[in-house]
Design a protein around this ligand. Sequence first.
Ligand SMILES: [Zn+2]
Ligand SMILES: [Zn+2]
Length: 253
Amino acid sequence: MSIAQILRVPILPFRMVNAHIIKTGDGCIVVDAGIPGSEHKIGKVLARNGMFYSDIKLIIVTHAHTDHAGSAARLRSLSGAPIMAHQGDMDYYTRKKPMTYCTTGLAGRLFFKTPVPHQPFEAFEPDILMSNADVMSLKDFGVDGIVRHTAGHTDGSIAVELSSEDALVGDLIASGILIGGIAFTGRAIRPPFEDDPHRVAEELERLVKSGAKRFYMGHGGPLQAPEVMRHVHALNQLPRHACAHAHCDHNSH
Ligand SMILES: [Zn+2]
Ligand SMILES: [Zn+2]
């Protein structure tokens, strides 16, 4: 199995929103699809690296927020690649329910007032649907790594762990300022929305303990393991209330 290379797709400038491509010697896997209309940005990075949409073997959607799932359906039609996602966010992928947003602070509350989190995306049914604690191997897609359920940011959040000690974790963690990116991208922060910080802390700690050294995220990044652990300790200091969206008065829960 060839060594995989991780390419960043800038969805918004200054690392505010990223998608990623795991490139192998024979095609690639796209991790997250950006806000609606991002397929051309992904296409541009493919072209710059000598690839076409047809080189996409798999589209992994880490969770159902619109800045990650937004272009997945469109990308599937362009590439013919299957979409892998987790059952926990299924009702949002199919748009049966409006997405819930548990804001983590001022930046999240301000971001929530912008059109970005509310952009309706084309509904889709994942072709490879993970459930509960399923672990999926990426070997069939040419990558030495796995996808695992890492709930906490949303119920159906998943993360990619590569044997190269790289982890692509969606919004389990962010870095920078405001929604992420912009400046101080070596410093971990909570993403603008997060359902359960204590669950997130458990998953991040598990990832570090299982050998992940570099973390690639949807907002900001990348981060090294020691900074991720510093963030885990900060999350563990937060008051322990089950979120259950009780303090989120922004949406229909
Ligand atoms: Zn998110
Ligand atoms: Zn996000």
